[in-house]
Design a binder for this molecule. Structure first.
Ligand code: SAH
Length: 199
């Protein structure tokens, strides 16, 4: 999967490629879909949600330019697959999921694999995780109509955020906090499930 689908499509960061190679993706998809676990496509994980396509996980992770000592906030734990890739690469991952059953299942999978550098929260991720801010990087894996202010506020100096923005037509944005201001750059067209509002 890593060589034929991810390296071949232009992902160059060796640490990201190695991390993808280490995470057993089949443990993050329903057993009945195990045969498709390493195909380059998103798959249903229950509750109307999906596990992102491996190439997109790689692309978003590479865009964060992680070096190893970062604290990263992830919004939309889902299956926990992107969480595992991040946990391979940085010192701390803080992940928020709004659907409790998904959060519990992801946590069980990730703890079973031995990851000890992940903090879990059930709640509305558009509010971020203020008690733990600032973060060096933020990755949002559900699409927002616009970038939530609280997530921008929780991005530390020099921090990087990748976030899909839009409703039907979505674009992935990279947001950088530089010299006290925010810069944003459009990366590519994507398709994610919507970021839903908490109740
Ligand atoms: N990274 C995940 C992607 C899951 S899809 C994976 O690879 O498996 C996006 C996830 O975002 C879903 O699990 C959905 O329940 C969650 N989500 C949607 N709105 C949310 C919100 N406001 N806060 C936190 N999680 C949210």
């Amino acid at each position: 999967m890593v060589d034929s689908q991810i390296r071949a499509r232009g992902i160059k960061d060796e640490r990201v490629l190695e991390a993808l190679g280490r995470v057993p993706r089949h443990l993050f998809v329903p057993e009945s879909l195990g045969a498709l676990a390493y195909a380059d496509e998103p798959l249903p994980i229950g509750e109307g949600q999906t596990i992102s396509q491996p190439y997109i996980v790689a692309y978003m992770t590479e865009a964060l330019e992680l070096e190893g000592d970062e604290r990263v906030l992830e919004i939309g734990t889902g299956s926990g697959y992107q969480t595992a890739v991040l946990a391979e690469l940085v010192s701390e991952v803080w992940t928020v999921e709004i659907v409790e059953s998904l959060a519990l299942r992801a946590r069980r999978t990730l703890e079973g694999l031995g990851y000890r550098n992940i903090r879990y929260k059930v709640g509305d991720g558009s509010l971020g995780w203020p008690e733990a801010a600032p973060f060096d990087a933020v990755v949002v894996t559900a699409a927002a109509a616009r970038v939530p202010d609280s997530l921008q506020d929780q991005l530390g100096a020099g921090g990087r955020m990748v976030v899909p923005v839009g409703t039907d037509l979505q674009e992935l944005y990279l947001i950088l906090r530089e010299n006290g201001g925010l810069k944003s750059k459009r990366l590519l067209s994507v398709r994610f499930v919507p970021l839903v509002k908490g109740t």
